[in-house]
Design a protein around this ligand. Structure first.
Ligand code: FEO
Length: 395
C-alpha cells in the first residue's frame, strides 16, 4: 500500500511538530501542529510549499524516499510565512536548478527572508502550469492569511492546494487523510486556529470562498492538519461561518478578578442565563484561560459579556488585552453586555463604554457598575442584564 499517496501522482511529504509549545510564539499547541507539503511525482516533478526549517532533514528524507535522486522541476510557493517557506533556501541548495513558482508578491518576500534568487516563474490569476498528468491553475487569495497568498488547483484530480485556508492545529498521528484518522481533536482546533490566526481577515476569506466555490473539489490539501476528502463540505462550512462571524446561540462571560467580586457577578449572570434556558455558557477568568481559547469561544457564540475591576485607573490588564484582540479581529454581530467594579474611583465601566463605541456589537441591557463587593440591588441588576441577553438570543 502506498502510504503517502493522495490522488493521481500527489503525495504527502509534510511533517509533525510535537516540540513547539507556542505557535507564532503565542498560541499553545496542546495537540501540536503539522506543516504540510505535497510532492507531485509527475513528468515535471513538483513540490508544493515546504516545511518549517528545523524539520528539513526529515522532509528531505521523505522526498528522497519517493523520488530517489530525480530532480525536482518546480517548487510552488503558495504562502511565504516561515512555517511553510522556511526550507526554501535549503531546497534550493539541494536542487539548484529548481524553478520557484510564485506571484509577483512572493519573490520580494523570498529575497527578503532567504536571499534566494535563480529560476523563477511568476504567475498571476488564472495562469496554468502543465506538469504532465496534473495541471495546476493559480488563484490569488490575498490576506488569507498574508498578502502574497495564492492557491493552486489541480484540474486533473480536482485537488485544491489551499495554503492556510481550511487548516487547523493538531499533528497527523498515523494517517494524513481525513478518512483514515479520528477527527475529534481537529474541529475545535480549527476554530481556535481560524479565529486567532486568520480571524481578522473575514472579508478576504469570503472573497476567496466565492472565487473557489465554482470549482469541483475532490480533496483539499491545506498547509496544516488533515487532507480533506470526505469532510470538504463540513470544513468549507466552518470557514464560511467563521469568516462571516456567524455564531451559535450561547454566551461567553470573560472577566478579570482579583478578589472574586467580578467573578461573583459573572456567576450570578451565568446562573440567571441558565435559568432562562441558555445552555451554552462559557466563563473565562482572563488570568487563567488562554487568550486563544477565549477568542475561539467569542467566535463560536453570539453573546458576550465582559467584566473588569478598575486597575490603575483603567481596565484590568487581561481585559484590556482581550478587548484589543477583539477589535483587531473586527468581530461583529455579537450581543454585548458589560459590568465592572471599583474601590474608590470607577474607570473600568467607562473604558468598556469606549470599547462599545469602537466595536461592531449590539449593546444589550444596562451596564452594571458596583463599588467594592456585590450587595443590595447588584444581584437584581445581574438578573436584568442576563434577562436582556437571554431575550436577545431568543429566550
Ligand atoms: Fe501556517 Fe500563515 O502560515
Amino acid at each position: 500500500m502506498n502510504k503517502t499517496l493522495i490522488k493521481g501522482k500527489i503525495h504527502y511529504v509534510g511533517v509533525n511538530d510535537r516540540n513547539k509549545y507556542l505557535f507564532e510564539n503565542m498560541l499553545p499547541l496542546p495537540y501540536g501542529v503539522s506543516y504540510n507539503s505535497y510532492l507531485i511525482d509527475d513528468e515535471q516533478v513538483t513540490l508544493v510549499d515546504t516545511v518549517e526549517v528545523s524539520f528539513f532533514e526529515v522532509f528531505l528524507q521523505k522526498i528522497h524516499r519517493l523520488i530517489g535522486n530525480k530532480p525536482i522541476k518546480y517548487l510552488v510557493i503558495n504562502h511565504m510565512e516561515p512555517d511553510h517557506s522556511g526550507s526554501i533556501r535549503l531546497i534550493k541548495q539541494e536542487y539548484p536548478d529548481i524553478t520557484i513558482v510564485g506571484n509577483a508578491k512572493t519573490f520580494g518576500m523570498i529575497e527578503g527572508y532567504y536571499g534566494v534568487q535563480g529560476n523563477q516563474l511568476v504567475v498571476k490569476e488564472g495562469d496554468t502550469l502543465d506538469l504532465g498528468y496534473h495541471k495546476l491553475t493559480f488563484y490569488m487569495a490575498p490576506m488569507v492569511h498574508w498578502p502574497e497568498v495564492m492557491v493552486s488547483y489541480d484540474s486533473t484530480e480536482q485537488v485544491l492546494f489551499s495554503a492556510d485556508a481550511f487548516g487547523c492545529f493538531g499533528t497527523l498521528d498515523g494517517g494524513f487523510l481525513d478518512t483514515r484518522i479520528n477527527l475529534d481533536k481537529y474541529w475545535y482546533e480549527m476554530v481556535r486556529y481560524y479565529s486567532n490566526i486568520v480571524g481578522k481577515y473575514g472579508a478576504p476569506v469570503q472573497r476567496a470562498l466565492a472565487k473557489l466555490g465554482t470549482l469541483p473539489i475532490q480533496a483539499i490539501c491545506s498547509t496544516h492538519g488533515p487532507v480533506w476528502t470526505e469532510n470538504i463540505q463540513k470544513v468549507v462550512g466552518i470557514y464560511d461561518r467563521l469568516s462571516r462571524y456567524d455564531a451559535d446561540e450561547g454566551v461567553v462571560i470573560a472577566y478579570g478578578t482579583m478578589y472574586g467580586h467580578n467573578e461573583q457577578m459573572a456567576e450570578e449572570i451565568a446562573s440567571e442565563l441558565s435559568a432562562r434556558g441558555v445552555k451554552n455558557i462559557v466563563l473565562h477568568n482572563v488570568s487563567k484561560s488562554d487568550p486563544s481559547d477565549i477568542i475561539a469561544d467569542i467566535f463560536r457564540y453570539k453573546g458576550l459579556i465582559i467584566g473588569s475591576p478598575t486597575y490603575n485607573a483603567n481596565l484590568y490588564p487581561g481585559i484590556e488585552a482581550l478587548l484589543s484582540k477583539i477589535l483587531l479581529r473586527e468581530v461583529k454581530g455579537r450581543f454585548f453586555g458589560y459590568f465592572g467594579s471599583f474601590t474608590w474611583a470607577g474607570m473600568a465601566v467607562k473604558k468598556m463604554a469606549e470599547f462599545v463605541e469602537k466595536s461592531k456589537f449590539e449593546l444589550v441591557g444596562e451596564p452594571i457598575e458596583f463599588k467594592q463587593a456585590m450587595k443590595g440591588d447588584d444581584f437584581e441588576k445581574a438578573a436584568v442584564l442576563a434577562e436582556a441577553m437571554a431575550k436577545a438570543l431568543g429566550h
